[in-house]
Design a protein around this ligand. Structure first.
Ligand code: HH2
Length: 265
């Protein structure tokens, strides 16, 4: 899954694709690089990010989705917590919903998925982006994430979604310590036991920059590509079905080799 953020403030590609023509070009480039899914988002969820209105989100993503109509072959996921944004994005061609709040921010989002029978990604987040890295972390991250994802799946089922529509995501970097992010990657098979496909999104996140830099300040996002490769390989060995990444050409190679090793074993 290739990332395309149409925002001024995303931690890695913020401000690069606010012009819809550049965003469309980038989407086509990600497809050519080997992405199987494009993830389009109009609201940053980086630590400390302030929420944006639905109007603003729509103003950012709709011109891009409309510009991609008939041009992109791979399915588009809309990365939003809002049902109105999801519904408009689906009308403009999106086929997967990616909700980082796992139906907590807007329960009506489930209805959009149900009505159109779309897959929906439900991600674990401890808290909300503005404060999630300031609050106390869970004592046992794996238990916290597993319980949160079980609850998310139950919310989806109560809203009339079939289990087979749901993709679960541990929410790497969302209210977890650096060490807990590594722990979740290492113990991913435990989450695979929940019985849904897993999506993992470690790409370029700060916990990678911290390990890359050793004792120094975290390396900047553009210097986290090799570290991202290690997390992508680990995620695939741990049972991830989808990896959400910024560096698609590089991670396609990592994924293909990791898949070949998995299959050979
Ligand atoms: N991470 C980000 C955004 N959306 N969705 C899922 N399902 N899983 C993730 O791990 C995930 C996500 C954060 O990364 P990015 O989009 O690059 O940054 P920002 O939130 O600053 O736009």
């Amino acid at each position: 899954m290739g990332v395309l953020n149409v925002t001024p403030d995303s931690f890695s590609d913020g401000g690069l694709y606010l012009d819809p023509r550049r965003a469309v070009e980038r989407a086509l480039e990600l497809e050519r690089a080997g992405a199987d899914i494009l993830d389009v988002g109009g609201e940053s969820t980086r630590p400390g990010a302030a929420p944006v209105t639905a109007e603003e989100e729509l103003k950012r993503v709709l011109p891009v989705l409309e510009g991609l109509r008939g041009k992109l072959k791979i399915p588009i996921a809309i990365d939003t917590q809002k049902a109105v944004v999801a519904a408009a994005a689906v009308a403009a061609g999106a086929e997967i919903l990616n909700d980082t709040s796992a139906l907590r921010a807007d329960s009506a989002l489930a209805e959009v998925a149900r009505r159109h029978r779309l897959p929906v990604v439900l991600m674990h987040m401890r808290g909300v982006p503005r404060t999630m890295q300031k609050r106390p972390f869970a004592r046992d991250a794996l238990r916290d994430v597993a319980a949160g994802l079980r609850a998310a799946l139950a919310r989806a089922r109560r809203a009339g979604l079939a289990k087979r529509q749901v993709i679960l995501d541990p929410g790497i970097g969302f209210g977890k310590s650096f060490r807990q992010n590594y722990e979740l990657l290492a113990r991913l098979p435990k989450l695979a036991a929940l019985g849904c496909p897993l999506l993992v999104g470690p790409s370029r996140k700060t916990f990678i920059g911290a390990a890359v830099a050793g004792a120094a300040a975290p390396a900047p996002p553009e210097e986290r590509v090799w570290g991202t490769a290690a997390t992508v390989a680990a995620a695939i060995f741990g049972g991830a079905h989808i990896v959400r990444v910024h560096d698609v050409a590089e991670m396609v190679q990592v994924a293909r080799v990791a898949d070949a090793i998995l299959q050979a074993g």
